[in-house]
Design a protein around this ligand. Structure first.
Ligand code: AP5
Ligand code: MG
Ligand code: ZN
Length: 219
């Protein structure tokens, strides 16, 4: 199954993709995480992406599409994938629609995780991320068991450089201008399912799995 998670910054794409991918045995590909990993390694891709990420604007399509296509060719994608944060504009969606059929694949569902603006801002202001496995936490609403440490891998938690008030404002603007049109794009193809992204993490996971029309594989 090939699934896209669509949602504003802070909607819970990363939180839900982590859980749902594990339950449904899908790979989790997050373009933001790929850029941050490249930056951590100091690669030319990472350094180029940084210029855009720190302003909260989109990394150019050419770079992003190439990176995603390379990632989708990896062996761990064979059972399917949750794409978190890609596509993020119509150009990227068209590129994906053109590339997937060449490998006999297609997007099966697009989950739009809807969250109100005040809630998004509150979530991003209190977010902490694991340096090692990228799992997001929230200092009040979704804290780690041990302060500053990841529940999953024990990694150190940090706050993202683009979670400042100014950059968040810009990321939201970019979402409404460039990414929100994808809601209509995927509605037209009959692939979009909307999920209320407010509530407990568990209840939202259940809604998403229900929306995907799939029972989670038992562990
Ligand atoms: P990216 O890393 O994708 O950031 P984003 O879209 O802004 O989304 P976030 O990761 O901020 O939010 P999320 O929806 O994953 O929420 P999370 O689960 O963490 O992109 C960063 C940058 O990279 C972009 O600005 C751009 O420059 C570049 N980029 C990436 N993809 C690109 C592309 N395709 N093209 C071009 N450029 C690209 O949750 C947020 C917080 O809420 C956490 O603290 C979490 O614990 C908490 N939370 C989650 N669920 C709940 C809940 N139910 N109740 C309470 N709190 C909750
Ligand atoms: Mg994320
Ligand atoms: Zn971790």
């Amino acid at each position: 199954m090939y699934v896209v998670f669509l949602g504003a910054p802070g909607a819970g794409k990363g939180t839900q993709a982590g859980v749902v991918a594990e339950k449904l045995k899908l790979a989790h590909v997050a373009t933001g995480d790929l850029f941050r990993a490249a930056l951590k390694q100091g690669t030319p891709l990472g350094l180029e992406a940084k210029k855009f990420m720190e302003k909260g604007t989109l990394v150019p399509d050419e770079i992003t599409i190439k990176m995603v296509m390379e990632r989708l060719a990896a062996p761990d994608i064979k059972n399917g994938v949750i794409l978190d944060g890609f596509p993020r504009n119509t150009e990227q969606a068209k590129a994906l629609d053109a590339a997937l059929p060449k490998t006999g694949k297609k997007i099966d569902k697009v989950v739009y995780i809807k969250v109100s603006e005040p809630e998004l801002i509150k979530r991003l202001a209190g977010r902490w991320i694991c340096r090692d496995c990228q799992t997001p936490y929230h200092e009040i609403d979704n804290p780690s068991k041990v302060k500053g440490k990841c529940d999953k891998c024990g990694g150190q938690l940090y706050q993202r450089a683009d979670d400042t008030v100014e950059t968040v404002k810009n990321r939201l603007k970019v979402f409404f201008a460039e990414t929100a049109p994808l809601i209509e794009y995927y509605t037209k193809t009959g692939k979009l399912v909307e999920v209320n992204g407010e509530g407990t993490v568990d209840s939202i996971t259940k809604s998403i799995i229900k929306a995907l029309g799939d029972k989670p594989t038992q562990k």
